[in-house]
Design a protein. Structure first.
Ligand SMILES: N[C@@H](CCC(=O)N[C@@H](CS)C(=O)NCC(=O)O)C(=O)O
Length: 217
């Protein structure tokens, strides 16, 4: 377990951001390997030999390559239990996983570039805005019941790793975030935490300087 893990990541990728936050939260040092989705580097032969799903993130750690952000985060939780991301009580865990899945299965995939590419160029932003708004309409109702200071209760959990970058995507596509008071408030709390802001898109070395202003994700 001594080698520094390598995270295949892209600054814009919300799924990569989840893992960046998990690594920061657990204080695990890692080396980023940048995969530029705009240059289709996720399709490079060498990369798809390791991850045939043509997607990021992937984490090379403990001599294995793990793709899928949830699989990575659960692996980290199981092998590096410091600064836990899952609560103790099964009911709280279920709420955390519910929120993770709402975002990972019900929102993010529908606004992923290959899905947006099914729409004419001028309709893509609107499509992403609709998908995220619809998802947030439901998520707000769920989080309004589970949240304390953070998405589930008063401690940071894996649910927050999913909510934080999804909110950035919402800002990017001009979603009316003021319609979601609980999501807004939780994002504001998370935005005060260094492991989150350090993982944010605008703080990534592969984010071009000219994009590093608000809403340019
Ligand atoms: N379920 C996967 C989704 C991975 C995914 O969709 N990643 C996006 C970036 S957030 C990607 O690589 N998209 C490929 C593309 O845009 O062609 C996960 O949670 O890791």
């Amino acid at each position: 377990m001594s080698e520094i893990p390598i995270l295949y990541t892209y600054f814009r990728s919300t799924c990569s951001a989840r893992v960046r936050i998990a690594l920061n939260w657990k204080q695990i040092e890692y080396t980023p390997f940048f995969i530029n989705l705009l240059k289709n580097e996720q399709n490079d032969k060498e990369y798809i030999a390791k991850n045939p799903n043509h997607s990021i993130p992937m984490l090379s750690i403990d001599n294995i390559d793990i793709a899928e952000s949830t699989a990575i985060i659960e692996y980290l939780e199981e092998t590096r239990p410091q600064n836990p991301l899952l609560p103790k009580l099964p009911a709280d865990r279920a709420n955390v996983r519910r929120i993770m899945n709402m975002i990972a299965c019900g929102i993010q995939p529908l606004q992923n570039p290959p899905q947006l590419a099914l729409f004419p160029l001028e309709k893509r932003a609107e499509r992403a805005r609709t998908v995220i708004s619809n998802g947030f309409d439901s998520l707000e109702k769920v989080v309004a019941k589970t949240a304390g200071k953070y998405s589930v209760g008063d401690s940071v959990t894996a649910a927050d790793l999913y909510l934080y970058p999804m909110y950035h995507a919402a800002q990017r596509y001009d979603v009316e975030t003021k319609n979601y008071p609980t999501i807004n408030r939780v994002f504001g709390e998370l935005n005060k935490l260094e492991p989150f802001t350090k993982a944010a898109w605008y703080n990534q070395p592969d984010c071009p300087e000219k994009l590093k202003t608000k809403n340019q994700l």
